[in-house]
Design a protein around this ligand. Structure first.
Ligand code: PMP
Length: 401
């Protein structure tokens, strides 16, 4: 006899995702920017290093050379490859910031450094201060840590240091996150006086500074500036990366930590991924020791300087009258502000129709966005292609350009 069908088990709703996961914002312009993948589009939107400048031969030789070394295919320590840490420490020290290999923890890109620092320092509900606008994936990391993120505004191209002091006094932040040199998204740099003042405010108000320096070595004009850590050594955690000077696919960065949180960050690193790829670290150390790193960096600097100059020369004819923009001494980005009444996100579809793209600035704000702003990256294309892209952009504004 056939048995009666069993009553279906009641469907229970599954537990929802965490509040933190829900609080990390996705960008509303993401879908539009997906259209920039069309090959005919000249995209100033991405922040990608130029692939033709990767030193493929040198990187291949480094991997070949280390592959037979003992241990490179084995598990390793969470702090990272001793030779690599030593090489990075020597570089800091010769730049005037005494650093021991033991001050450094190798990370899987500096992006992981942001996550490890958040895990180590932030409890849900804690306040952290950021530059306004700020690197988007840092905002996402801080939101996932449950932080309350408060933006410190700029006055023109300078950070509003009085606001930093006031906001620090009011909120008692855990840390201030800054990209002090050639910031993403603005290309702005804090000058020596601003650095000194930021460090003094941190010491006076009792918060830490997280300085994120992936662009520091991409300088094409002007003099190198001291690290914030030189002004307030006990208050500053610095992040570095090979992404912009060797290749982002290596996924190698590091944290230069203060002694008081070193062991906590190491435990967070261990819990995150045990350690960064052993062979990738060994290859990076070998690559630096071979001296090819310096050669590649000077080629990258030379090429990017010409690309920046091509962009800056063309911008007056590519943007509506009344626009303003900065002239960065390095990095990858120029930050544009359109004249009153223009909105960068609304202008993007017309730009895409002309096969050119940019990122509207709104994505980079933690608070109320400035809708007139946009970010242009100048590193991806040759000067001729940049000129072509900007002449397309110039054609998108309609009458009254
Ligand atoms: N910080 C900033 C300011 C960045 O712009 C980027 C990458 N665009 C990162 C961190 C992450 O870099 P990576 O993880 O490749 O080192």
């Amino acid at each position: 006899m056939p048995t009666a069908p069993q009553a279906a088990a009641p469907i229970l709703s599954l537990p929802s995702r965490s509040q933190r996961a829900g609080s990390a914002k996705t960008s509303p312009v993401r879908d539009l920017l997906a259209l920039t993948a069309r090959p005919e589009v000249i995209s100033f939107a991405g922040g990608l290093p130029a692939p033709e400048l990767f030193d493929v031969e040198g990187i291949r030789a480094a991997f070949d050379a280390v592959l037979d070394s003992p241990g490179v295919l084995q598990y390793s320590t969470s702090e990272g490859d001793p030779g690599l840490r030593d090489a990075v420490a020597r570089r800091y020290s010769s730049d005037g910031l005494p650093t021991a290999a033991s001050d450094l923890i190798v990370t899987t890109g500096s992006q992981q450094g942001l996550g490890l620092i958040s895990t180590t320092l932030v409890d849900p509900g804690d306040t952290i201060l950021v530059e306004e606008p700020c690197y988007l994936a840092a905002l996402q990391t801080f939101a996932l840590a449950g932080a309350r993120v408060v933006g410190v505004p700029y006055v023109g191209d300078d950070l509003d240091l009085d606001a930093l002091d006031r906001l620090a006094a009011h909120h008692g932040p855990k840390f201030f996150y800054t990209v002090p040199t050639f910031q993403n998204p603005t290309g702005r740099t804090h000058d020596v006086e601003a650095r000194r003042t930021i460090a003094a405010i941190a010491q006076r108000r009792g918060f830490r500074i997280v300085e994120d320096e992936p662009y520091r070595q991409l300088r094409y004009s002007g003099d190198a500036l001291p690290s914030l850590a030189a002004f307030a050594p006990g208050h500053v955690i610095s992040l570095g990366s090979f992404s912009k000077v060797i290749a982002p696919g290596l996924r190698i960065g590091w944290i230069r930590t203060t002694a008081d949180i070193r062991s906590s960050i190491t435990i967070a690193k261990q819990a995150a991924d045990l350690h960064t790829s052993t062979i990738d670290q060994a290859a990076a150390a070998h690559y630096l020791a071979s001296g090819r790193g310096e050669l590649t960096l000077s080629r990258i600097r030379e090429a990017y300087a010409a690309r920046r100059d091509a962009m800056l020369e063309m911008l007056p004819s590519a943007l509506p009258d009344g626009s303003s923009w900065n002239r960065p001494d390095g990095g990858m980005f120029v930050w544009v502000r359109l004249p009153e009444g223009r909105d960068a996100a609304s202008a993007l579809p017309a730009a895409l129709a002309h096969d050119v793209a940019f990122v509207p600035g709104t994505s980079f704000f933690s608070g109320i966005p400035d809708e007139r702003t946009l970010r242009l990256s100048f590193t991806t294309y040759s000067p001729a292609r940049i000129r072509e892209g900007l002449s397309r952009l110039g054609a998108t504004w309609g009458t009254g350009r």
